[in-house]
Design a protein around this ligand. Structure first.
Ligand SMILES: Nc1ncnc2c1ncn2[C@@H]1O[C@H](COP(=O)(O)OP(=O)(O)OP(=O)(O)O)[C@@H](O)[C@H]1O
Ligand SMILES: [Mg+2]
Length: 536
């Protein structure tokens, strides 16, 4: 029974004597019948033992005196719940809405039944993505609204080994299967493409091995040798030519390389003087007379040039950099993405921070430019809407750290690219290291167990009623459980994430695309109306 509380602090609910306190857990749902024909949905956020008579605490019944304990229980001593009200269902309306009020004193509270929870989380049975099941009832599936998920940036947080990658990979597979967006995945640990490494050397299928979506997944490697060793099957190896690099690409690493502003300015001076040839000139062992002239004219100081050359040649020793690339590979990646394929960029053994940040920025800057251009064309009335794109980044704090984010393109994407149909899917262990301005843009937060206080606080910044949810987060198992809140779910929910393995593979044996979706997809892919008849 509701006995007190408030909308912001949560309701106090007194348990009746027949309710077994141990049988309740934080994170589970209750319903409250209002006075009128309203029904409230709430989440248990705390469980407490209370007493009406403080003397009982000082003089409890002697151990073993069951009779006296029984007498006290339910009268002088009782259990209470803290319930955070979340949604309300009013009269004839079948769609639950966020609460703006609380139920009155002495209204009755029930454990939510399976059909009630289903009503909230399975509204879109067909389109919804099954991320897992209720922690209390395996049969009760919890579904995410994928179109809403990709509409804004989202995040998967959790300590190492909590199941972030095992949750994110099938989530991306679901997005690809339902053709909701193209995905670009910066796969620092080589998990998403061909093989996902599990505990004790177990191997799981990567996106490229999931039958019905395999043809729409392109693996690009930065390290062919590593791909060969791992028997991953990349579609092509990325090469970047010196002539394709712009000073902006280096500037994004200003923090990582410790470049001074003077050195950054010198990059631009070099490019102005030598055009596409600037990197080649800078890296040449012998300064040629053009460079000497530049230095002797005092355009760039000798010392600046030397320092800059040292730092940059160290960076550009990466294997995938060439004097000339065999193709414009970023253009190829863009082509795949805009036609509807998804691209996994495997880093192989190139796991240095410089390499990761450099490549991710190099590619993403160009995607940003292209999407802005496409969108402007739409506004000018001359082109189709750019396809929704989700950029997934593991180890996201490397880009979204407050020190780095101001230089890199990822801050811009988090802030404003939603309008251009591009959003981020951030996967990270340390939410506290992600810039606050980026965190505030994250619509859906999927959080596995976290232990650091700072990280826990970061996950809840900007979430109303957050302090009540902390206890729910603290109660998560150390693996395969997550608290999901935000845009893609009607109310916060704790899920046991779905086991990734045979059952999931089975779903990819047949294509879930409807004939109409498939037709539209093929048309976009080949750029002609009769495309569907051309593809077997
Ligand atoms: N949904 C799942 N299905 C099957 N196995 C899982 C699932 N979630 C977690 N696991 C098991 O837990 C292990 C750790 O999960 P995972 O690799 O996803 O952790 P992580 O959070 O990505 O860790 P890190 O931050 O170190 O990358 C996996 O190797 C796997 O064996
Ligand atoms: Mg991982």
């Amino acid at each position: 029974m509701v006995v007190g509380g408030s909308l912001t602090e949560g309701l106090d609910v007194k348990l009746d004597r027949d309710t077994i306190v141990e049988g309740l857990s934080v994170g589970s749902y209750v319903t409250i019948d209002g006075q009128t024909d309203r029904k409230f949905f709430g989440l248990i956020t705390d469980i407490r033992l209370d007493t009406a008579d403080p003397n009982v605490q000082r003089m409890p019944p002697p151990a073993g005196d069951d009779l006296l304990a029984q007498v006290y229980r339910g009268t002088t001593v009782y259990g209470t719940l803290r319930v955070s009200p979340m949604l309300v269902l009013e009269g004839e309306v079948t769609e639950p809405r966020p609460v703006k009020t609380v139920p009155a004193h002495f209204t009755t509270v029930y454990r939510a039944t399976a059909p009630e929870v289903e009503l909230i989380f399975a509204a879109e049975q067909g389109r919804g993505y099954e991320i897992g099941s209720s922690v209390e009832d395996d049969a009760l599936k919890i579904r995410l609204d994928l179109p809403r998920l990709v509409e804004r940036s989202s995040a998967v947080f959790g300590r190492s080994g909590t199941g972030k990658t095992f949750l994110t990979l099938p989530l991306l597979a679901g997005i690809i299967r339902q053709d909701i967006a193209s995905a670009l995945i910066f796969d620092m640990h080589n998990d998403y493409g061909y093989t996902l490494k599990g505990d004790r050397g177990r191997k799981f299928k990567g996106l490229k091995q999931l039958g019905s979506i395999a043809s729409r997944v392109v693996i690009v490697t930065l390290d062919e040798e590593s791909s060969r060793r791992r028997e991953s099957r990349p579609d092509f190896a990325l090469q970047i030519g010196f002539d394709q690099i712009e000073p902006e690409d280096i500037e994004t690493l200003q923090g990582v390389l410790a470049l001074s502003d003077v050195q950054v300015n010198a990059l631009y001076a070099l490019q102005r003087r030598f055009g596409k040839d600037w990197v080649r000139k800078l890296l040449a062992e012998q300064k040629d007379e053009d460079v000497d002239a530049l230095l002797s004219q005092g355009k760039i100081a000798e010392g600046t040039y030397g320092a800059m050359q040292r730092k940059i040649s160290k960076l550009l020793r990466l294997k995938f950099l060439r004097e000339r690339a065999a193709d414009d590979f970023v253009e190829r990646i863009l082509g795949h993405l805009t036609r509807g394929d998804s691209v996994v960029i495997e880093f192989g053994s190139m796991t240095s921070l410089d390499a990761y940040v450099f490549v991710a920025n190099f590619i993403t800057r160009r995607i940003h430019a292209r999407y802005v251009e496409l969108k402007e064309r739409v506004e000018g009335g001359g082109g189709p809407e750019p396809r929704q794109l989700v950029i997934a980044v593991e180890e996201a704090h490397k880009f979204l750290d407050p020190q780095v984010v101001e230089y890199t393109i990822f801050g811009t994407i988090a802030r404003e690219m939603r309008k251009y149909n591009v959003t981020l899917l951030v996967v990270d262990q340390r939410p506290s290291q992600i810039a606050a301005e980026v965190m505030s843009q994250i619509g859906t937060r999927i959080t596995c167990a976290l232990s650091d206080e700072k990280d826990i606080a970061a996950v809840f910044t900007g979430v109303s009623g957050a302090h009540q949810l902390r206890s729910v987060l603290a109660s998560l198992d150390s693996k395969q459980q997550a608290l999901i809140m935000g845009h893609a779910v009607p109310m916060p929910v704790v899920v046991k994430t779905r086991e990734y393995g045979e059952a999931v593979y089975g779903e990819y044996a047949t294509s879930a695309m409807s004939p109409a979706d498939r037709q539209a997809y093929n048309k976009r892919r080949l750029g002609r109306d009769d495309a569907d008849s051309l593809i077997p």
